[in-house]
Design a binder for this molecule. Structure first.
Ligand SMILES: Cc1cc2nc3c(=O)[nH]c(=O)nc-3n(C[C@H](O)[C@H](O)[C@H](O)COP(=O)(O)OP(=O)(O)OC[C@H]3O[C@@H](n4cnc5c(N)ncnc54)[C@H](O)[C@@H]3O)c2cc1C
Length: 308
């Protein structure tokens, strides 16, 4: 039986399945492939949802306490002198006070491939959307932008790689649904097995809390051009968010070559040290390291001592 037009997915010209009952090689398309909707493609969003109050003063107080005989007024230092003191601490590599300040981010529109890399950073706390508790029949996905303009060959046909990728996501969603049904569609207990067919591209949401010291390390590792594009994109968004809040720590932050003043990657170097250095040079209030960022949180700008 052919399904009514409105229940059939939109045609994808030249795709592995045309919007007819037959595929490119003349084989009949299973009916269920015709039933599915177009899956939604998403991009990374990073929001800073919370951080330690007065972080710069807190760091300065924690460091000064180590040497202070008199602790009166320890927490009442002004932002400018705290900032200078914190900058000096970082230059000296006296980093343990940075562990008192934490940042919490809500990261969404990212792939499971990205979060698999993210959670390798052990000195952080994570809460991630579950593929057991949440049914993923309508999962969204991340598509590598590098596919733009590329083609794949399928049974003698040249197909746009992006369309091919999108169709693959749609097929997986359909299969996930069918497998979930075969398992009884019981929620958690069927989701947990049906999820085995979900792709690395599957969208996920994660809340991450990291202290400032680990964040510095994370940024050094993941802003490096050798890191994968998606986690690098997330790291750039994170740096844009934390720089104005804690400039004493993050104003000179970047991939590790920026601190080392050389690339430690040997033969694997990206060969772009000068470009990287310029990009991550001293913090400039108007410069954004990543595009389409949300406005900076007002409270952060005030705490950091910015007048506007
Ligand atoms: C470009 C790139 C490519 C990568 N490729 C691979 C790959 O092919 N395969 C792979 O498995 N991983 C890969 N990784 C992940 C990498 O190996 C680390 O697991 C990840 O970057 C987390 O960083 P980290 O180990 O410094 O630990 P974090 O958890 O961020 O810890 C921070 C620091 O704390 C200290 N620390 C934490 N835990 C311990 C501990 N148990 N014992 C002693 N010290 C500790 C270390 O000094 C560590 O550097 C890659 C990472 C990058 C950036």
């Amino acid at each position: 039986m052919i399904l009514p037009e409105k229940t059939r997915r939109p045609a994808i010209t030249g795709g592995i399945f045309a919007d007819s009952d037959f595929d490119a090689s003349g084989r009949k398309i299973p009916q269920y492939v015709l039933e599915i909707r177009t899956m939604k493609r998403v991009k990374a969003k990073v929001a800073l949802v919370s951080y330690s109050p007065k972080p710069q003063q807190l760091l300065a107080a924690a460091a000064k306490l180590c040497y202070a005989a008199d602790t009166d007024g320890l927490f009442g230092q002004d932002v400018v002198s705290s900032g200078k003191f914190v900058k000096m601490l970082c230059r000296l590599g006296h980093l343990s006070p940075l562990e008192h300040v934490t940042f919490t981010f809500h990261i969404e529109g990212v792939s499971r491939a990205m979060t698999h890399q993210l959670v390798r950073h052990r000195l952080a706390s994570y809460s991630q959307r579950s593929q057991r508790y949440v049914n993923h029949a309508e999962f969204e996905y991340v598509m590598p932008p590098q596919l733009k303009g590329k083609t794949v060959k399928v049974r003698g046909h040249k197909i746009d790689a992006g369309e091919y990728f999108a169709e693959t996501m749609t097929m997986i969603a359909e299969r996930y649904q069918k497998i979930n049904e075969a398992l009884g569609n019981t929620g958690e207990s069927s989701n947990e097995d049906a999820r085995y067919v979900l792709p690395n591209a599957c969208e996920t949401k994660i809340i991450m809390t990291m202290n400032a010291r680990e964040l510095l390390h994370f940024l050094e590792e993941r802003l490096c051009f050798r890191a994968q594009w998606e986690i690098r994109e997330v790291a750039n968004k994170i740096l844009d968010l934390v720089r104005p809040i804690l400039p004493g720590v993050f104003s000179g932050s970047g991939p590790k070559c920026v601190r080392l003043k050389r690339c430690p990657e040997g033969k694997l170097t990206c060969g772009k040290y000068a470009e990287v250095k310029a990009r991550y040079a001293e913090f400039n209030k108007t410069k954004r390291l990543s595009a389409d960022l949300p406005a900076l949180p007002t409270i952060g700008r005030e705490q950091a001592g910015f007048a506007d």
